[in-house]
Write a protein that binds this ligand. Structure first.
Ligand SMILES: [Zn+2]
Length: 119
C-alpha cells in the first residue's frame, strides 16, 4: 500500500528539527536564568539576602544543568551534521528510535548507558 507507506514515512521523527528547537529553548532559558541571577543581586535587605542565597543556589543549579544539556544537544547536532547521529558511541550499534524519542541527544544505547552509569 503506497499511501500507507507514505503516511508512515512522513510521521518519522525529525530529530534534527527537534534538537534545534530544544537548543533554542535552552538558550532562551539560560538567558532568563542569568537575568534572574542579576536582578536578584540588587536586593539589599536581609530578607532579600536570604532569598537571594536560595535563588542563587537554584539559579546556579538550573544554569549548570541547562548548560550540560545544551552541550549534549549541540554534540547531537554535530553528530547529525557528520552523519553519525543515532549510533551508539560505545558499541557503534544503532540506538533504537524509541530511546531517541525519549532522549533525542542520547550518545549511547541503553545497554552502554547503563554500563557507564555502573562503572
Ligand atoms: Zn551501545
Amino acid at each position: 500500500m503506497l499511501v500507507a507507506r507514505k503516511t508512515k514515512n512522513s510521521k518519522k521523527m525529525d530529530f534534527g528539527k527537534l534538537l534545534k528547537s530544544k537548543r533554542d529553548e535552552l538558550l532562551g532559558q539560560l538567558k532568563e536564568w542569568r537575568e534572574d541571577v542579576r536582578a536578584e543581586r540588587v536586593t539589599e535587605d536581609e530578607v532579600g539576602q536570604a532569598s537571594w542565597a536560595q535563588m542563587e543556589h537554584l539559579a546556579f543549579a538550573n544554569l549548570e544543568q541547562g548548560q550540560k544539556t545544551l552541550g549534549e544537544v549541540e554534540a547531537a547536532i554535530h553528530r547529525m551534521d557528520r552523519g553519525t547521529y543515532g549510533v551508539c558511541e560505545s558499541c557503534e550499534e544503532p540506538i533504537p528510535e524509541v530511546r531517541l524519542r525519549a532522549l533525542p541527544w542520547a550518545r549511547y544505547c541503553v545497554k552502554c548507558a547503563e554500563r557507564r552509569r555502573r562503572n
